[in-house]
Design a protein around this ligand. Structure first.
Ligand code: SF4
Length: 356
């Protein structure tokens, strides 16, 4: 029988795979466009969240959130984390923001939540508001940075530059809050190279977590008009999957999770997507690519052209290992791996054995 040389562990994949699950369930409170001074060209928060701005007065929304929290408690579920999404929380009119923070105070006092997070723009922050948020029980501020590249920010008419985005990251970190950075691969001006540089910059800026939202052309947006005029083309699916896989691996190497890839599949979203790399299993497809990319680069570096004898992967990979509709099978076969020599183990390590 030929000898088999085991690689003890894949160095770039020494952490648990996939990242640990989020510890606390999130109850979202969508405030579409609230606090937004402009409509960004790619954004359709009403469609993305399934809530129209007209019905988005904070009172009704907070009532619904309160009912959801009470229902959780009635079912004996543990305190959740509240999340204010869909607008620019730090730029809400003061009375609305305070209404939200009073709601938070009550929910905290009743033990219904353990804290809250919010999303906002990088140019709508200062020390005093961050201090107020922290004192009110905020734990995470998610910044809709989209890109740190000045050219891309100009092309997307975001209204701030990369230096402002970096300053905002530093402000959040300095305030003692955890930092989330949302990136928009495929936004006008964002190539795969720009996106990977954005991931690296976000990690350097101290992001505790990332979100990747590949840019889609949604009905009723400025981007839809550019797309119809032939002035914008979204990324294709292959570029998107490969780029997000590389971005995911960069985040993994820095021990930071990517907590979302792709927009949540709201019923109202499907009919509004005019173009762009949308797929209901986008995150799983990216994870499959990331795994393949990591093993492939390890094999190229360590194997000297030898094929794999067998591979052990954590059971958690089982759902996406071969890709959506087994799309990754041919690529795994090029490495010498197929259903006959891949097995799943209960621990978190990937192990690759090479043919002599
Ligand atoms: S991207 Fe953010 S700031 Fe721009 S319109 Fe949408 S929610 Fe408002």
């Amino acid at each position: 029988m030929p000898s088999v040389s085991p690689l003890p562990s894949l160095a770039p994949l020494a952490l648990p795979w996939p990242p640990p699950a989020r510890s606390r369930p999130i109850v979202p409170v969508f405030l579409p466009f609230r606090g937004c001074a402009t409509r960004c060209i790619f954004c359709a928060q009403d469609i993305q969240t399934g809530r129209s701005p007209q019905e988005a007065g904070p009172d009704g929304i907070l009532d619904k959130a309160g009912a959801a929290l009470e229902l959780r408690a009635a079912h004996g579920l543990p305190p959740a984390e509240l999340a204010f999404y869909g607008g620019t929380f730090t730029a809400l009119p003061a009375a609305e923001r305070e209404a939200c923070l009073e709601f938070v105070a009550t929910a905290l006092a009743r033990g219904r939540i353990a804290g809250f997070r919010c999303s906002t723009r990088p140019d709508c922050l200062d020390e005093s508001i961050l201090s107020r948020l922290r004192q009110a029980g905020c734990t995470v501020v998610e910044l809709g940075v989209q890109s740190f590249a000045d050219t891309a920010l100009r092309a997307a008419r975001r209204g701030y530059d990369g230096a402002t985005a970096l300053r905002a990251c530093a402000l959040v970190r300095a305030s003692g809050l955890r930092l989330g950075v949302q990136l928009l691969p495929g936004m006008p001006g964002v190539s795969p190279e720009v996106f990977l540089a954005d991931v690296a910059r976000a990690l350097d800026a101290g992001a505790d977590m990332l979100r990747f939202y590949p840019c889609l052309v949604l009905a009723g947006t400025g981007l839809a008009r550019l797309w119809r005029a032939g002035d914008y083309a979204p990324w294709d699916m292959e570029s998107t999957l490969d780029s997000l896989a590389q971005g995911w691996l960069l985040a993994r190497a820095a021990h930071r999770p990517v907590i979302r890839m792709g927009l949540a599949p709201e019923a109202s979203l499907a009919g509004a997507i005019l173009a762009g790399p949308a797929h209901p299993a986008l995150g799983a497809r990216v994870m499959g690519r990331a795994l393949l990319t990591a093993v492939r680069s390890l094999a190229a570096r360590e194997a000297g052209g030898r094929l794999a004898e067998r591979l052990e992967a954590p059971r958690a990979c089982q759902g996406y290992f071969w890709g959506h509709a087994k799309e990754l099978r041919p690529a795994w076969a090029e490495l010498g791996l197929g259903p006959g020599n891949v097995r799943y183990a209960e621990d978190d390590a990937l192990r690759l054995w090479l043919r002599p």
